[in-house]
Design a protein around this ligand. Structure first.
Ligand SMILES: [Zn+2]
Length: 231
């Protein structure tokens, strides 16, 4: 894998989503960072399925969702999946003020430490903006600083496999085979697909995993070069 590309993809802003367009020379060059956001539904289905295939997920779970059922997320981390921050309340950051954002960051930290412990909080290295909304003119720089001060890097995606855009705007996928088809047709050397804990994403993630494994592609965590270690 191209290290520079990986770093840009993980560190960069929205422009970095356009970077990973290099051609694939070798199947072993293909790396997939499965990212799954929010965490409301299909928790057990998605996590157990990924455990079955021994493929790591990069989980951007909302703080208040973790608080509802900490055990399942702690277990996911113990099994080798990566947990990233997705804020406590999942607000659109351009619609709230700096004080509310600062409170949200504090709530997130407090909730992770009380639900999962300090050690798990320290393992968080990535942040994903809810709705990809980086904030307005006032809140954008402050939020960016809060993310950096937390020691987190921003994680974007370069393939939205939850919502398809067409001339009418965005629409949720209905058939998981359409998600797989979009994935296989748009495959790059570095792939960061975005899924959510919803239907039909649960099925689509499995189709992508099976397709990737059959083709010898590598599934990775954003924060590590390790493969899936624990079962
Ligand atoms: Zn979200």
């Amino acid at each position: 894998m191209n290290r520079r590309l990986f770093t840009k993809l993980c560190l960069g802003g929205a422009a970095s989503m356009l970077i990973a367009d290099d051609t694939i020379n070798n199947k072993r060059d293909v790396e997939i960072f499965l990212t799954v956001d929010d965490g409301w539904n299909y928790k057990k289905t998605i996590l157990e399925m990924a455990n079955h295939y021994k493929v790591p997920l990069n989980l951007f779970i909302i703080g208040k969702v973790i608080e509802q059922d900490p055990k399942i997320w702690q277990d996911a981390m113990d099994k080798g999946h990566m947990l990233g921050s997705h804020t406590y309340n999942h607000h659109k950051l351009s619609r709230i003020d700096e004080e509310t954002i600062a409170t949200d960051f504090k709530q997130y930290k407090k909730c992770i430490i009380s639900s999962l412990g300090n050690e798990s909080f320290e393992k968080i290295k990535f942040f994903r903006y809810p709705y990809g909304d980086m904030g307005n003119k006032e809140t954008k720089p402050t939020t960016k600083k809060m993310i950096e001060d937390s020691g987190w890097k921003t994680s974007w995606w370069n393939m939205d496999l939850s919502f398809a855009s067409n001339s009418y705007g965005m629409r949720a996928y209905k058939d998981p085979h359409d998600q797989l088809s979009y994935f296989s047709k748009n495959l790059k050397s570095i792939n960061v697909p975005l899924f959510h804990f919803k239907d039909p994403d649960a099925k689509a993630i499995e189709l992508v995993i099976k397709y990737g494994l059959e083709n010898g592609y590598k599934f990775s965590r954003l924060d590590s070069k390790r493969s899936f270690l624990k079962v």
